[in-house]
Write a protein that binds this ligand. Structure first.
Ligand SMILES: [Zn+2]
Length: 395
């Protein structure tokens, strides 16, 4: 990392630009942990690299920085890795050049989520500079380089290491870009679960001219798909949308015009709410499928392979959501909606350790070309995080 990129402690925009210039596409660190380490180290934070390796996965660098030994422990969590830039020719501005234009900072990670890393690094540094090291509590930053990838050598293992040595976190904010249309309009209090099911449906292959001698696996599969999608799975719950089920592929691979296939494969993904666990939901779906399969007659069978990337969870509205909403109201003058929409995040690992919420920038451009964040939003986010620290550690 060139020296010229070292930002000033007090400028979130400089720090975000410096972070965007680090090409930290998962699993590369590329200097993206070195920068917060430097800023926080200057405030006498204890910075610790927690780098993990595991056979069959990429080596990943992670940063844990903490100030304070006792009292209440507030943690900011996030990821320094970014998704690839994709087709470079479709970007208006270089994805890693971090240019400012028309009030926006452009670049991969500007929204998801280097802007938030810069904001909470800056907020923590400012708080410590003002209040001193003995403010009666602990602040930590838990930054992983493995969120956009397999998420194996990151947050999970960092939390495990903290638990092993008896470090307990009392509250955590993940800086994912949760704002929807306007800065501050949404926080995430939980996330839906995600389960993918691969199905192999077997009938009897045969000559299309002799239907009485075959059991067409495509016909069987289409009836099974119908059984899953015809009726809604549920109507949603207090904090969640209805569970959604989407087929993502159907594969037969039959080049012949005169053969009815005996095997058909399909895959679907569900995003499920807190009315289910992956286990109860799968049991429910299997019951629907078994019933439909039996109604078709014959000896057709279904095999399943289930992969779960996270259970649904939420932190009930309470002191932590009020802390976020209050800070947002005072800084941005907007009411922050409590939501559980969207994909999964590392909050799914943190929730078994402490209450966790997610709040950050506007996520509209995340993972897209010309990803961007408004400069004004970066400044507001820093103030929101700093206000939260002030109130959490109010004397
Ligand atoms: Zn993210």
């Amino acid at each position: 990392m060139p020296d010229t990129l070292v930002p000033s402690v007090t400028d979130v925009v400089d720090l975000t630009r410096a972070l965007v210039r680090c090409e930290s596409v998962t699993p590369r660190e590329a200097g993206a942990l070195q920068l917060p380490e430097q800023v926080l180290g200057a405030q006498a934070c204890r910075c610790e690299r927690m780098d993990f390796t595991q056979a069959g996965t990429d080596d990943v660098a992670n940063l844990y920085a903490r100030i304070g030994d006792g009292g209440k422990h507030f943690c900011f969590a996030g990821h320094s890795d970014v998704v690839p830039a994709g087709d470079l020719s479709s970007w208006t501005i270089g994805p890693f050049s971090a240019e400012l234009s028309a009030g926006y900072l452009f670049g991969r990670g500007a929204a998801d989520m280097k802007g938030a890393i810069a904001a909470f690094t800056d907020a923590a540094a400012r708080f410590i500079a003002r209040r001193g090291r003995d403010f009666g509590g602990s602040i930590s930053l838990l930054i992983t380089g493995d969120e956009e990838g397999p998420a194996v050598n990151g947050t999970v293992k960092m939390l495990q290491r903290l638990a092993e040595r008896g470090e307990k976190i009392d509250a955590c904010i993940v800086g994912e870009p949760t704002s929807s249309k306007r800065f501050g309009d949404m926080m995430k209090i939980g996330r839906r679960g995600s389960m993918t099911v691969d199905m192999v449906v077997r009938g009897i292959q045969g000559h299309v001219a002799y239907p009485e001698r075959l059991d067409n696996a495509i016909h069987r599969l289409s009836a099974l798909i119908e059984a899953l999608v015809r009726e809604p799975i549920d109507q949603g719950s207090t904090h969640f949308q209805p569970t959604s089920l989407q087929f993502t592929t159907v594969d037969v691979g039959n080049p012949a015009t005169n053969i009815a296939p005996g095997v058909a494969k399909a895959r679907f993904n569900t995003r499920f709410n807190d009315l289910w666990t992956s286990e109860t939901l799968f049991a429910h779906l299997k019951e629907r499928l078994d019933k439909a399969n039996a109604q078709l007659g014959g000896n057709g069978t279904i095999e399943y392979k289930v992969s779960v990337s996270g259970e649904s969870f939420y932190t009930p509205p309470g002191p932590l959501s009020e802390l976020v909403a209050g800070a947002v109201r005072d800084v941005a003058g907007i009411e922050c909606e409590l939501s559980t929409t969207g994909g999964t995040s590392d909050a799914r690992f943190i929730r078994s350790h402490c209450p966790v919420l997610e709040f950050g920038l506007v996520g509209e451009s995340m993972h897209k070309v010309d990803e961007k964040s408004a400069v004004a939003d970066l400044k507001m986010l820093t103030r929101v995080y700093e206000t939260m620290l002030d109130r959490y550690f109010a004397v």
